[in-house]
Ligand binder design. Structure first.
Ligand SMILES: Cc1cc2nc3c(=O)[nH]c(=O)nc-3n(C[C@H](O)[C@H](O)[C@H](O)COP(=O)(O)O)c2cc1C
Ligand SMILES: [Fe+2]
Ligand SMILES: [Fe+2]
Length: 402
């Protein structure tokens, strides 16, 4: 359990949580995650962020290999969420810092979680800076990326940006740097997963923040989850990836998700899918029973079109489809087209309910809701195929306009 030097006298002192599966309590993290915390040894020794509850001792143990914890002078809390501040009380107790820096809004969330404390808190705002000796820490608030209290810390002398949740990924690994990580496909997926399940609603804010990051002279971005981006090119690459994710330009792929009791709605899903494929649009079909809502949400990153289906169940839709729609709506996807379908027996409300849910997310709806009584007949399957064809043409047109 050693600290990892990421620059001269700057160390990773975080924890790898291989078993964490429900990131933030609602999103899957199939490979676990890391809680990165960083130490700068200077005339003033500064610890940047802490770790998830239960991991405080691991952090202290690792840190103690390079510095007596009581020699920590400053703690910088870039974000008060539990994965970065959940062990704060334990760390404060052990290190007895001279000062703890938090954003002004962070003072509120800190009080909300820890109540009144006698901690030596110092609120900071964008542009404020502190000297550690040879190095300076400049604070930049990143409100609503992804909490009101979020901020990042820039160390100009080291060309280092400690970026908190921004640019992070849920990866649990022995390696600390992206350039050491062999599975680039997995990395890209985990960036998408993190962005689409946590950051997506704040895409317009991301697009305003990226030019600020681009003006900084940096050669390392150290996020609080996952791998560190080392080198100017790697920093540029992750900024560009974030720009693409936040812009949400329509992409030529369709996500079809559904639930079904007796497989009629499922048959419709596959017929619609083949209508899309036959007209040049790749698809991904996902049953809500077999895929976690965050896995379906991640798939949306590659899809400009969302088509959802449910049979009518007690005059409404099945609960997993409802949950998926609620989850997706909260994450505020932009620039999509949508479509709705479902089988029914007697009253048949489901397709219309889904149609309205997708329309309420601002999606363009090129087709009327597609209903099928009981089992789809050959004609119904043809209608499903035609539905897929119309959706494909609408998506291709949207992609060409963008
Ligand atoms: C418990 C239950 C409740 C249902 N409630 C309704 C309903 O309120 N209105 C309706 O039109 N059909 C209702 N149905 C009929 C289903 O919508 C119909 O069987 C449909 O074909 C099922 O599609 P699936 O094969 O995709 O599950 C209900 C079926 C079940 C089993
Ligand atoms: Fe967070
Ligand atoms: Fe986090």
């Amino acid at each position: 359990m050693q600290p990892v030097a990421i620059k001269n006298d700057i160390f990773w002192v975080g924890c790898v949580d291989y078993d964490h599966r429900d990131f933030h309590g609602y999103s899957t993290s199939p490979e676990g995650t890391t809680y990165n915390a960083y130490l700068i040894k200077d005339q003033k020794n500064a610890l940047f962020d802490t770790v998830y509850p239960g991991f405080g001792k691991t952090l202290l143990c690792r840190l103690a290999k390079t510095l007596d914890p009581e020699k920590i002078d400053y703690i910088i809390c870039n974000h008060m969420e539990f994965d970065h501040a959940g062990s704060l009380a334990e760390i404060v107790e052990r290190t007895k810092p001279e000062k703890i820096f938090v954003s002004q809004t962070g003072m509120k969330s800190l009080q909300g979680y820890y109540g009144q404390t006698d901690w030596p808190l110092v609120p900071v705002k964008s542009g404020d800076s502190i000297s550690l000796g040879k190095r300076t820490v400049v604070f930049q608030e990143t409100r609503m990326l992804h909490w009101p209290d979020s901020m990042v810390s820039y160390i100009p002398e080291e060309k280092l940006l400690i970026s908190n949740d921004i640019f992070g990924q849920n990866i649990a690994s022995t390696v600390r740097f992206l350039d050491e990580y062999k599975d680039k496909g997995d990395y890209e997926h985990r960036v998408k997963e993190y962005f689409y399940n946590i950051v997506l609603p704040y895409s317009p804010i991301v697009l305003k923040a990226l030019p600020i990051v681009e003006k900084l002279d940096i050669d390392m971005i150290a996020p609080d989850h996952g791998l560190i981006h080392r080198g100017v090119d790697a920093c540029r690459a992750i900024v560009e990836t974030y720009r693409n994710l936040a812009e949400q330009k329509p992409q030529k792929k369709a996500l079809i998700f559904f639930d079904t009791m007796w497989h009629s709605t499922e048959q419709m899903a596959y017929a619609i899918g083949s209508g899309l494929e036959d007209n040049g649009v790749p698809i991904r079909i996902m049953s809500t029973k077999n895929n976690h809502h965050s896995t379906i949400q991640t798939e949306l990153a590659d899809c400009g079109c969302v088509i959802a289906g449910s049979p009518t169940h007690n005059n409404t839709i099945l609960p997993l489809v409802s949950a998926q729609l609620t989850y997706m709506k909260g994450l505020k996807p932009l620039h999509r087209i949508g479509g709705a379908f479902g089988s029914y027996g007697w009253s048949g409300e489901s397709a219309k309910i889904i149609h309205e849910a997708l329309a309420s997310m601002g999606m363009e709806m090129p087709c009327q809701p597609l209903k099928c009584a009981w089992r789809p007949t050959k004609d119904v399957l043809k209608a499903c195929h035609a539905f897929g064809e119309t959706m494909a043409k609408a998506l291709i047109a949207k992609c060409e306009q963008a």
